[in-house]
Design a protein around this ligand. Structure first.
Ligand SMILES: Cc1ncc(COP(=O)(O)O)c(C=O)c1O
Length: 384
């Protein structure tokens, strides 16, 4: 059966070129980057190269990149690292109602420690009003953290305006850019971010690797992983050299694809999917912001059908999509993101997310829409 993978916001396949540069570090070049001998030095130099590649993709300086175990750790490091560095002087944090669980859960931990968290509501497109963020900041605000793009609906926030407003109040600003890097240009200088989280496995790199950008001049964050002083004492533990090298290569390829306009192709295929769904299936609602959106993401609800049943029906035909985010699906709870956008429960439970990637084709998209049309018809019949 021909497989059609349309879940690239959950994860992406490792590119062959990425795997190729990783493999030697599992075989002959296995040195520890902290070792002084030449085997260690080979690993150290490779880390330096990867750091430059990652920094280059987001317009940062290599020294501003701290390697982590992925987007979740980067978010935890940013939030807990700022909060715990302040000796209880500032105990207020601002975020949005549509953040990933790797933002929400560390914030909930801080609430149990007496921190006060404000969750800014979003409009029906999932957008945060920058002025609302500004108006809620007080003298006690330690950090504002607002995502760059939403993984479920693809809505993009006006991060540069939010960043400017937050910084004008003298408050640190973090953005979770895990879903945007590699899909749209991300430049830390335009985004006015002090801290920015990225992850390797969303951009055709290996899993279990990511980075936190920490702008030069940012006060030292509380170190969550203390150890042997790696990453300039910001994150202890022997570095995941093969993973980091692969991440660097994935960033280099992502930059090439952005420059060459490959993401335009994703957008064209996504728009074709929307067109075909509209043509073949009645009573469909599209969620998220129509223009300020990731180029590869489409989230829609099929009135009177069941999203889980549709997912399974597509799976049986070799088509892989998701309901909600990969991390929260399977909990049986309605998507927090769609709930925050104030969509009725019946609409939420009928929704599917399609997230396209570079290996998809127009044929994939047309076949998916046709298969989906049958699945929706069946599900609606079963539900009535
Ligand atoms: C917006 C966002 N932030 C953070 C993460 C977590 O990243 P990782 O899987 O690398 O821990 C994800 C993963 O789905 C995400 O979509």
């Amino acid at each position: 059966m021909h497989k059609i993978y349309l879940d690239h916001n959950a994860t992406t396949p490792v590119l062959p070129e990425v795997l190729d540069v990783m493999l030697p570090f599992y075989k002959n070049q296995f040195g520890n980057p902290s070792s002084v001998h030449s085997e260690g030095r080979v690993a150290r130099v490779s880390l330096d190269v990867a750091r430059e590649q990652v920094a280059e993709l987001i317009g940062a300086k290599p020294v501003e990149i701290v390697f982590t175990s992925g987007g979740s750790e980067s978010n935890n490091f940013a939030i807990l690292g700022v909060a715990l560095s302040l000796n209880n002087k500032k105990r207020h944090i601002v975020t949005s109602a549509v953040e990933h669980s790797a933002i929400i859960n560390p914030l909930k931990q801080l609430e149990t420690l007496g921190f006060c968290i404000d969750y800014i509501p979003v409009d029906s497109y999932g957008r945060v009003d920058p002025q609302k963020v500004k108006s809620i900041i007080t003298n006690s605000t330690a950090l504002v953290t607002i995502q760059h793009a939403n993984s479920e609906v693809g809505t993009l926030q006006n991060i540069s305006e939010i960043g400017k407003l937050v910084q004008s109040k003298g408050v640190l600003f973090h953005t979770d850019a895990v879903q945007t890097i590699g899909k749209i240009p991300v430049n830390v200088n335009n985004l006015e971010a002090d801290l920015l989280s990225i992850s390797s496995h969303k951009i055709y790199g290996p899993k279990g690797v990511g980075a936190l950008f920490i702008k030069k001049g940012t006060p030292s964050l509380f170190c969550l992983v203390s150890g042997g002083g790696q990453e300039k004492k910001r994150r202890g533990g022997t570095e995941n050299v093969p993973g980091i090298v692969g991440f660097g290569k994935a960033c280099q390829i992502a930059q090439y694809r952005l420059i060459k306009g490959h993401t335009e192709q994703l957008k064209k295929m996504r728009d074709q999917l929307r067109k075909q769904i509209n043509k073949l299936i009645p009573n469909v609602n599209f969620f998220g912001c129509p223009d300020k959106c990731l180029p590869n993401t489409l989230n829609c609800g099929f009135e009177g059908a069941d999203g889980e049943a549709l997912l399974i029906a597509l799976d049986m035909e070799g088509i892989f999509v998701s309901t909600g985010s990969a991390c929260s699906s399977g909990t049986g709870l309605p998507s927090q993101v769609l709930s925050a956008m104030r969509l009725p429960k019946s609409m939420i439970s009928s929704s599917l997310r399609f997230s396209l990637g570079f290996s998809n084709t127009f044929e994939d998209v047309n076949f998916t829409a046709a298969t989906l049309a049958n699945a929706v018809m069946l599900s609606r019949k079963n539900m009535s």
